[in-house]
Design a protein. Structure first.
Length: 190
């Protein structure tokens, strides 16, 4: 089974590449951002709780995120594996993911980090904001907070996988197809 953490800052292209990867490898896409937006749209308790954090570009508390992911994994039977997109975003989440997978006799195959410099990220997020309708994509202050949160809280997750010998980075700048080819090269080497 392939269980891949697709990693990178906001705007790195994780969502775009995840969509292509799930089709290519027949995997299940698990995007915590998408799950929260779904709950938000449905007006569920979880959605209302997540809303304030998302609107400010801050992270939803670990225990809330971990519970939601546990549920999603339990609900997805017979999957060939997962592309984790936007999760784990803290070391606590990464540790929790390892134990969750262990319970199902599974493990992370590898983390693939998309490398994109900050000015390109900002431009991509603003461009996406024109069509995504996401409030957090349209406001410079919120974009800055999200990038800061990524650097302060999420970047250490790369070390977590590096220490397990599971980290590889690819250039996240280029055409969608070029980046996809770099990612599949890594996955096919597992
Ligand atoms: P994304 O679509 O991945 O950019 O996520 C949008 C927002 O959802 C983030 O800015 C956070 O507020 C929240 N979020 C998504 N995934 C997580 C996570 N793994 N941990 C905490 N908050 C998250």
């Amino acid at each position: 089974m392939l269980n891949i953490v697709l990693f990178g800052p906001p705007g790195a292209g994780k969502g775009t590449q995840s969509e292509k990867l799930i089709k290519h490898y027949g995997l299940t896409h698990l995007s915590t951002g998408d799950l929260f937006r779904k709950h938000l749209g449905e007006g569920s308790d979880l959605g209302n709780l997540a809303k304030q954090y998302m609107n400010e570009g801050r992270l939803v508390p670990d225990e809330v995120v971990i519970k939601m992911v546990e549920q999603k994994i339990a609900d997805t039977e017979g999957s060939k594996g997962f592309i984790f997109d936007g999760f784990p975003r803290t070391t606590a989440q990464a540790k929790a993911l390892d134990s969750m997978l262990e319970k199902h006799d599974l493990a992370i195959s590898g983390m693939i980090a998309l490398e994109v410099e900050e000015d390109v990220l900002r431009a991509r997020i603003k461009e996406r904001g024109k069509t995504s309708g996401r409030a957090d994509d349209q406001d410079d202050q919120k974009i800055s907070t999200r990038i800061k949160v990524y650097l302060d809280e999420t970047l250490p997750v790369a070390d977590f996988y590096r220490n397990q010998g599971k980290y590889q980075s690819v250039n996240g700048v280029g055409t969608i197809e070029e980046i996809f080819a770099s990612i599949t090269e890594v996955i096919d080497s597992y």
